[in-house]
Design a protein around this ligand. Structure first.
Ligand code: PLP
Length: 374
């Protein structure tokens, strides 16, 4: 089945009490045993499992084509759980351009516990090969990447990982399973911040891991989730599950809008550079065309000038809310270097745009008026 259909028909859940079409919210933290001291539905205590979380996990597994999915309280909790499956002395490769929280977790937390890492340009196979050490266990991928929209070849990198006995993990937050399915391309695990496109309405925090195969590692991740307790609330799960129902139409429209905005901005005299894989000028365009159905709703632009010019442009916009995060129905724009802090390598003239569901003509007119005279 296609993602549009899977998003609506992934679960065998039936409401036996009221025949409700929409699943009810199960707030109970504990579940009653029957006369044989068994748990009739398998639920014991909500940290270990909850019907709303179970439904969400079924949706995530179906959409990504995995056999095991786990929902977490945030994207960072999902990343953290996967890294906690490794041990002291292990080594991880991560992209040189990635969501800033991923290297921050490794640097600020896991280094103290003996897990080491190397940043590498994951668009360059030779560079990855060179960075692999005997103790390397895992290659982390994020494509398109944040905030430069670099495109890594999931088929080629996951093949290289397999040849070296390494696990390949893809943060699929930006592409979503509607546009890109890393497990089909050879990756072992998909990670999501469901806070973004899957939730889709900027009103719930969540994360996920989806495993291609049930394995020692997936069981370990489940154990860490249950013991560690970084679980989403039933209502968080309910909201993400609701968001998933409209994911396909949202991301398709957001991609179409982003494509139009990227083409418009690329030809504007006040813009130095546009980073969007849907542009033929983008270095990852060919790979993106191969592994993505559309190019996604995220783009970054570098304005002519520096931070001052970038912020002056942002100030004149009316339809783009100046805020961090992405993947909601409203368009957002952000000066990424300010959010990432003083150590950032992100260019000071770069603005990251999460393109929403407004009409593309209106968004373009707003960009045009804000760029006038720059
Ligand atoms: C937001 C984001 C994360 C972190 O997820 P949270 O839900 O904020 O914890 C990880 N990766 C990417 C690509 C993101 O955009």
């Amino acid at each position: 089945m296609h993602p549009e259909t899977l998003a609506l028909h992934h679960s065998d859940f039936k409401d036996k009490n009221a025949a409700a079409v929409v699943p009810p919210l199960y707030l109970s933290t504990t579940y009653e045993r029957d006369e044989n001291y068994e748990l009739p539905q398998g639920y014991l205590y909500t940290r270990a499992g909850n019907p709303n979380r179970h439904q969400l996990e079924q949706a995530l597994a179906a959409l990504e084509g995995g056999s095991e999915a786990m929902a977490f309280a945030s994207g960072q909790a999902a990343t953290m759980t996967l890294l906690q499956c490794l041990k002291a002395g292990d080594h991880v490769l991560i992209p040189d351009d990635a969501y800033y929280g991923t290297p921050a977790l490794l640097q600020e937390l896991f280094l103290l516990w003996g897990l080491t890492f190397t940043k590498v340009d994951t668009t360059d196979l030779a560079a990855i090969k060179e960075a692999i050490r005997p103790e390397t266990q895992l290659i982390w991928l994020e494509t398109p990447s944040n905030p430069l929209l670099k495109v890594s070849d999931l088929t080629a990198v996951s093949k290289l990982a397999r040849e070296h006995g390494l696990l390949s993990v893809c943060d699929n937050t930006w592409a979503t399973p509607v546009l890109q399915r890393p497990l089909d391309l050879g990756c072992d695990v998909v990670m999501h911040s469901t806070t973004k496109y899957l939730g889709g309405h900027s009103d719930v925090l969540g994360g996920a891991l989806v495993f291609k195969q049930k394995s020692e590692m997936s069981e370990r991740a489940r154990q860490i989730q249950t013991l560690g307790g970084a679980v989403p609330s039933p209502f968080d799960c309910w909201l993400v599950a609701r968001g998933i129902k409209t994911l396909a139409v949202r991301i398709r429209q957001q991609s179409a809008n982003a494509q139009r905005l990227a083409e418009f901005l690329e030809n504007h005299a006040a813009i130095e550079r546009v980073h969007y894989p849907g542009l033929t000028s983008h270095p990852g365009h060919k790979v993106a065309q191969r592994q993505m159905i559309l190019s996604g709703g995220m783009l970054s632009v570098q304005v002519r000038g520096g931070k001052e010019e970038a912020l002056a442009f942002v100030k004149k916009l009316n339809l783009f809310t100046v805020a961090t995060s992405l993947g909601g129905v409203e368009s957002l724009i952000e000066h990424r270097a300010s959010t990432e802090g003083p150590d950032t390598l992100t260019p000071q003239n770069l603005l990251r745009v999460s393109v929403g569901l407004e009409h593309a003509d209106d968004l373009m007119a707003d960009l045009d008026q804000a760029l006038a005279g720059m």
